[in-house]
Write a protein that binds this ligand. Structure first.
Ligand code: TYD
Length: 205
């Protein structure tokens, strides 16, 4: 049985959740089973770890603690949700996966890609997405798009941090064939059309 595991990556206000929902419906309309999940989160333990990671009062959290918590959540997420769903034959779509750790903890926080990959290996072994869609948008434009206050630790990080995140994703996509860069500055339907094109091109269902 073919296992199809699609991950989405992208910063604040890139329209990730909207596109994920559209892709889920695209597969469901074709009669294909889909499991939708997200990181950090996905199951009870993961959601509890998510609360610690996102708590605006945890400003003092060290970089290594942060990496280990994301990785712990990921390990549990793989065990509870991703692997069983792939084994059942579902198409799994995850809002973020380990590329987020490479980019945020490895590059933006400065722990390095090598260390993040080592920890990731401990957390999830060889589990790898079939395809990763990175929704690329200028962080300034993305900040303008989104509304509501910036309360959590990541939203508070500021523009420079998000520019670094974007550059890291673009560089990672140059090295990894699995990662496709999607121009997310366009209208919702246009962005989704580019996603469908990549899916039809790269995934044999
Ligand atoms: P979330 O509210 O899910 O944001 P988004 O809508 O941007 O996905 O918050 C997740 C935040 O955690 C996001 O800013 C990215 C960050 N993150 C990491 O730093 N490392 C990781 O491994 C993951 C999964 C997320």
């Amino acid at each position: 049985m073919k296992k199809i595991f699609i991950t989405f990556e992208g910063g604040e206000g890139s329209g990730k959740s909207t596109q994920i929902e559209l892709l889920k419906n695209y597969f469901l309309k074709k009669g294909l089973p889909v499991t939708l999940t997200r990181e950090p989160g996905g199951s009870l333990i993961c959601e509890q770890i998510r609360d610690v990671l996102k708590d605006g009062n945890n400003g003092k959290m060290g970089k290594v603690t942060e990496l280990l918590l994301f990785s712990a959540a990921r390990s549990q997420h793989a065990e509870d949700i991703i692997v069983p769903a792939l084994d059942r034959g579902d198409i799994v779509i995850s809002d973020r996966f380990y590329d987020s750790s490479i980019v945020y903890q490895g590059y933006a926080r400065g722990l390095g890609e090598k260390l993040v990959r080592e920890v990731t290996k401990i957390a999830i072994g060889n589990l790898e997405p079939t395809l990763t869609l990175y929704l690329n948008i200028d962080p300034e434009l993305a900040f303008k798009r989104k509304n509501g206050p910036d309360n959590d630790r990541f939203e508070k990080a500021g523009l420079d941090f998000h520019i670094q995140v974007r550059n890291a994703y673009i560089n990672l996509a140059k090295k990894e064939k699995r990662i496709k860069v999607i121009d997310a500055s366009k209208r919702i339907e246009e962005v989704f059309a580019s996603i469908v094109k990549v899916i039809e091109d790269k995934i044999q269902i």
